[in-house]
Design a protein around this ligand. Structure first.
Ligand code: ACO
Length: 401
């Protein structure tokens, strides 16, 4: 609690906690995180067990509705999502308005917002039934929009989801099917992506999730809240770190592969460079997701027969950092983003799409948190400030300034 100050302002006592390092914004029954011990659980189930035994849509249901679905519940949930999978054709006009060089996260955030215009009823969702409809709609259409951002970049035709395929399979097909060619699914790739999405599905009150809750608290609607969450995730200190990690590893490779120079740069307080994919606001121990992803990176690359020198650089960078006093003292460990990009790369996903992949994984967490906030009738989020500016001043005419 070192950073908290209690200050007496004109309107009573205000707690000043920049970055909300010690401030709880809500009560939540969704995700349990013990950063000291490196524990992460969704609705009481350990992340390790879910990553091994569940599939992504089961975890989506669990996060949003609180329990693992039985067979009937899961099958109805899947059918409801399929029934809403078609994206309005006019949305294609919206995406075609973007230059193909636009960053996919910028496109995804805008497309998610644009979806509101085509689904106006999804804004006012006061009943649980209306909420369910909005939730299913965004779950159904979001992967299509995400895949379209890649297709726009590649100047390829935009297709709707293939409802004969599962959620993750159809997402892969929408991203990678080349015009006029049959797309062959690789089951190993599907399983690896499914697991990655599970590992990203929720992480309690992080920057993007808090954004979703705070936007939703004004009753702006689910799609608007998710669109804001996408924008918050984009930054390199949050979800954008997965892109930044690969760019950093590429830079180390181009520089000859010597990690010590980059460790020294990261330690230099005059240099803004940080070791991307390292450190976490809450984890002061190994991020349990990073442990699973590191192992998966080895497996996926072996299965796909991909040899990537970047994986070796990542491992030696991790080793060097974990042996360095600076990182040890500050309890800086690899986070979820350190190895995920290496897997995405092996799958043939371009670097600029990595944060979009994260967003597809995080969508259920955002939805679950938004639903919990709305059902809990939480008040509008409105932090206070401590004013440190000028006192009252007389207006200065322009000639006197
Ligand atoms: N490289 C070098 N030094 C670091 C790093 C890093 N990656 N991360 C933290 N530090 C240092 C800080 O400089 C600070 O040092 P000081 O005490 O000498 O001033 C100390 O460790 C504590 O760091 P803070 O910035 O105060 O920690 P905070 O909780 O505010 O930030 C964050 C957490 C943003 C994740 C930070 O560790 C970081 O920038 N990491 C790199 C970006 C990254 O990987 N982000 C993804 C996070 S996971 C996710 O969002 C999905």
């Amino acid at each position: 609690a070192i950073d908290i100050k209690n200050l007496r302002g004109d309107s009573g006592v205000i707690t000043l906690d920049p970055g909300f390092k010690n401030t709880g914004s809500c009560e939540s029954a969704i995700t349990f995180l013990d950063g000291e011990k490196g524990i992460l659980r969704y609705r009481g189930y350990s992340i390790e067990e879910l990553a091994e035994k569940a599939d992504f849509l089961e975890v989506v249901f669990l996060l949003i509705f609180g329990e693992l679905p039985n067979k009937d519940e899961l099958s109805k949930f899947k059918d409801d999502i399929k029934a809403q999978s078609e994206v309005n054709l006019d949305m294609k006009k919206v995406i075609k308005g973007f230059p193909s060089t636009a960053h996919p996260m910028g496109m995804l955030s805008s497309l998610t917002s644009a979806l509101i215009a085509f689904n106006p009823k999804s804004v006012n969702v006061d009943s649980e039934e209306d909420m369910y409809k909005a939730i299913v709609k965004i779950l159904a259409k979001f992967p299509t929009l995400a895949a379209w951002t890649l297709r726009r970049r590649n100047d390829q035709p935009l297709e709707n989801r293939d409802n004969n395929l599962g959620y993750v399979e159809s997402f892969l097909k929408m991203m990678f099917q080349k015009p006029g060619e049959e797309y062959k699914l690789n089951e190993k790739l599907v399983a690896a992506l499914d697991r990655l999405l599970i590992l990203h599905a929720d992480h309690e009150q992080n920057c993007s999730t808090s954004t979703v809750r705070i936007v939703g608290s004004s009753q702006a609607g689910l799609f608007a809240s998710i669109s804001a969450g996408v924008s918050a995730l984009w930054g390199p200190l949050h979800g954008g770190a997965n892109q930044a990690v690969i760019e950093m590893l590429e830079e180390i490779k181009a520089d000859g592969g010597d990690t010590s120079k980059f460790i020294a740069k990261a330690k230099d307080k005059e240099d803004p460079f940080r070791l991307m994919g390292f450190g976490h606001r809450v984890y002061k121990n190994f991020d349990p997701r990073a442990k699973i992803i590191k192992k998966a990176a080895d497996e996926v690359l072996a299965e796909l027969g991909v040899e990537d020198p970047i994986l070796d650089i990542a491992k030696s960078l991790e080793k060097a950092a974990l042996e360095d006093e600076y990182f040890v003292e500050r309890k800086l460990y690899p986070n979820v983003d350190f190895y995920s990009g290496i897997i995405y790369r092996a799958m043939g996903i371009p670097t600029e799409m990595f944060t979009v992949m994260f967003a597809v994984g995080r969508l259920p967490g955002w939805i679950a948190q938004w639903r919990e906030m709305r059902l809990g009738k939480e008040p509008i989020g409105r932090p206070r400030q401590v004013y440190i500016g000028e006192g009252l001043r007389g207006f200065k005419e322009i000639d006197n300034r």
